[in-house]
Design a protein around this ligand. Structure first.
Ligand SMILES: [Zn+2]
Length: 395
């Protein structure tokens, strides 16, 4: 079970949290820019005696195994009572791996490459997000790159025991980063609704998250208010809780190569294919349905997304998504991002992560992926009336 403090000023709870956990010595994993800009550094210095802190920073976006190894060595030497993570997804994911892998004899590289279970558990981990995006503070997995290859480490012990979500820490995040991280939360929520791994519980989290982000992200980017920042912190946290159960799907699976090859930030990269995949998934049929609950069930979930987007048809829903992404100053399609030659699209299609693909409700061949990436929105069932499930078509 995780304890969550989500409110303006909740960072001030740190002394109380330390007391409850009986912690004195801290291993602090921080994104230094966020640490200083957010005002967290100044606040934490009041609470924590400097000689009780070991600071770990100096890593690049997207966690690398070398950073985990460096962190594990430093953490073992410091022998802390707890690990405190402060930053975006990279800092929190690194902290998850450092807190658990420092308790394991095997090297981080071996643990990741050989899928060694984290049976020795973890040091207590407190996560403090400074972006409203990944929701990493509420998931039990962490992303790490080994020799340029992306891996996802999953273990129940990776879920931080405490999450401190203080929207005030996001006030200084610039518009472009607010857009990209907020889009990550929005896409995670939308994908979570249609995911094969979705449950009623995850769909409830995801529906709230997507609704909040759709309503408040444009303001958080273009004219931020405390209200829009709060809504996005909550959306991000709930989207994290949703994918913690359901995991992500096709737009995420495609996005990693887009980020690696074209340098488009994670959330913005995911958003470039979201409307195409929505249209594609609406065309689900008995022969290509990956969800054993059947096509009627999948369509019911997709109708929820139409409700969130206030759209009557699939075409309208796709249009709504693209207008939403554009309003944030991001590219709503691959073509608008300048990725449109057949050759580059075929390369992208060939690099899709199969594990994430299998969680998409409609299966896709390489050829189907290629035409989806071309932006061809071929849906067999266009209007809401057509897709409302009936008893006769159940399953
Ligand atoms: Zn994501």
């Amino acid at each position: 079970m995780q304890t969550v403090y989500l409110a303006e000023g909740s960072l001030a709870r740190i002394p109380q949290i330390f007391q409850q956990l009986g912690a004195v010595r801290t291993f602090l994993v921080v994104d230094e820019v966020a640490y200083n800009l957010s005002g967290a550094a100044a606040q934490l210095r009041q609470f924590l005696p400097p000689d009780a802190i070991t600071l770990f920073s100096g890593f690049e976006p997207n966690p690398k195994i070398e950073d985990v190894q460096r962190g594990v060595a430093k953490c073992r030497a410091a022998d802390p009572d707890l690990v405190l993570a402060l930053g975006g997804g990279t800092a929190i994911d690194l902290a998850k791996m450092i807190a658990s892998m420092s308790r394991h004899e095997e090297s981080p590289r071996d643990i990741v490459l050989n899928g060694i279970s984290l049976s020795q558990g973890t040091l207590p981990l407190v996560a403090i997000p400074t972006t409203a995006g990944t929701g990493s503070e509420s998931t039990h997995f962490a992303v790490v790159y080994v020799d340029g290859q992306k891996y996802s480490v999953a273990d129940p012990c990776l879920l931080p025991c405490v999450a401190v979500v203080d929207p005030e820490l996001t006030y200084s995040v610039p518009p472009r980063m607010t857009a990209a991280t907020g889009l990550d939360a929005f896409c995670q929520a939308i994908e979570s609704i249609w995911a094969v791994g979705a449950t009623d519980e995850s769909v409830a989290y995801a529906t709230s998250a997507a609704t909040l982000a759709f309503e408040h992200l444009p303001a958080a980017v273009n004219a931020p208010t405390p209200e829009s920042r709060h809504a996005m912190s909550l959306a991000s946290h709930l989207a994290g809780k949703a994918i913690n159960i359901s995991k992500t799907t096709l737009p995420h699976a495609i996005s990693y190569a887009i980020t690696a090859d074209y340098g488009i930030p994670h959330g913005a990269a995911v958003a470039t294919t979201l409307s195409s995949v929505l249209a594609y998934n609406f065309g689900v049929s008995k022969s290509d349905c990956a969800d054993e609950r059947g096509t009627t069930h999948v369509r019911q979930r997709l109708l929820l997304i139409l409700d969130i987007l206030k759209a009557a048809t699939v075409e309208q829903a796709c249009h709504q998504i693209e207008a939403f992404v554009s309003s944030l100053g991001c590219n709503p399609t691959l073509a608008s991002a300048g990725i449109q030659t057949d050759e580059s699209l075929r390369v992208l299609a060939s690099r899709v992560n199969p594990a994430r693909l299998s969680n998409n409700p409609r299966m896709a061949s390489q050829e189907e992926l290629f035409s989806l990436l071309q932006g061809r929105k071929t849906v067999s069932t266009g209007s809401r009336r057509d897709i409302v499930p009936t008893k006769a078509t159940a399953g």
